[in-house]
Design a protein around this ligand. Sequence first.
Ligand code: GSH
Length: 223
Amino acid sequence: MTLTLISATPSPFARKVRIALIEKGVEFVVQNEVPWHADTQTSRYNPLEQLPILIPDDGDPVFESTYLMDWVEYRYPHPSMLPDDPDLAMQARLVHVIAEGVVDAMLLLFWEMQRDSVSADWTKRQLRKVKGGLADLDRRVGEREFIVGDRFGMADIAVIAMLGAHDTMVEVEMIPAWQQYTPDMASWRALYPNLVRFEAHHRDRPSVNATAPHMFDLVEKVV
Ligand SMILES: N[C@@H](CCC(=O)N[C@@H](CS)C(=O)NCC(=O)O)C(=O)O
């Protein structure tokens, strides 16, 4: 069976799925796209017109990164990306939800900054989510090697993808733009020492290193 993943070079959503597949030793073909451009293939496979989309050559396309993380886990159970203990597995999924919420807020902020007229209240609200989520994750990571349980898994993957997305936001100069609304906003690297240590510890892991994000050129107007 051949698996094709519609992905994008900066996408934290696609990155989670790529890391999980690599960790599980599953072969897949990456098809990179800019989902915001008119020639995107995403709408052929996903009514929500978003990537990541996983296309098995013997079945229907599946999409949405949180769902895909479960799909990959069920299809390829070994090695598991979840702790064996059900309570810890639920904790790992909660960390996944928090990291995903931070990514969602950052992307909403990215697009808001492209608008001619920015809503200050709405922007501050999203920035609170980014800061609140990062502070919560920094506390959960503490001095641990793995955020939940005793082996690399879904929680670690979700946080690593979120931190990479934050780095992309820094790269495209979002921090000065955000500081106009929340002056004490800064790169996560300046504010959350536990996350800094955690990311440095895992950075050279092959699945993490091979999927480092790269921003693409957005040439079509989106908002
Ligand atoms: N909740 C979705 C979000 C996916 C998402 O926002 N993907 C972006 C690329 S990073 C996209 O395809 N955006 C196009 C659009 O939303 O129209 C997931 O977890 O998969």
